[in-house]
Design a protein around this ligand. Structure first.
Ligand code: HEC
Length: 108
């Protein structure tokens, strides 16, 4: 009898501790938080780069490709160097390397 009570107590304890106390796993959407500068780049990108063609996905090209693209598209979009760099920073945020960025600054 004592054992049965103990078994129930253990089961109740397990159910209780595994049940409501277990935090439900929260599936967090991991998004790269956009700094004001990057948000501006996104804005510039959406407003200047969809006039002649669809907006290309940032991940469609790597840093090196985007660098070349921005050089030719800057002329087409008639934007200044700062705007071009801002867009470049936005589209390469996922693959951004500081070294590449400073190289681009030298180019512009
Ligand atoms: C005046 C029209 C025009 C504007 C504005 C323009 N593009 Fe383009 N874009 C083109 C044309 C035409 C092509 C295809 C031929 C080429 O690559 O030059 C192209 C091609 C591209 C490609 C594909 C390159 C590849 O290798 O497949 C990307 C990416 C691109 N543009 C990005 C941009 C971005 C970013 C901007 C904004 C800064 C922009 N474009 C603004 C006309 C434009």
């Amino acid at each position: 009898m004592k054992l049965k009570f103990l078994a129930i107590a253990v089961i109740v304890f397990i159910v209780y501790s595994c049940g409501p106390k277990m935090p439900t796993p929260v599936t967090e959407v991991v998004e790269v938080p956009l700094t004001p500068e990057l948000a501006e780049g996104k804005d510039l990108y959406q407003n200047n780069c969809a006039k002649c063609h669809k907006l290309y996905k940032p991940e469609s090209f790597d840093k090196v490709e985007w660098k070349k693209i921005m050089i030719s598209m800057q002329k087409k979009a008639k934007i200044d160097d700062a705007q071009s760099l801002s867009i470049y920073n936005y589209v390469t945020v996922g693959s951004r390397v500081d070294e590449e960025r400073s190289k681009l600054r030298e180019l512009m």
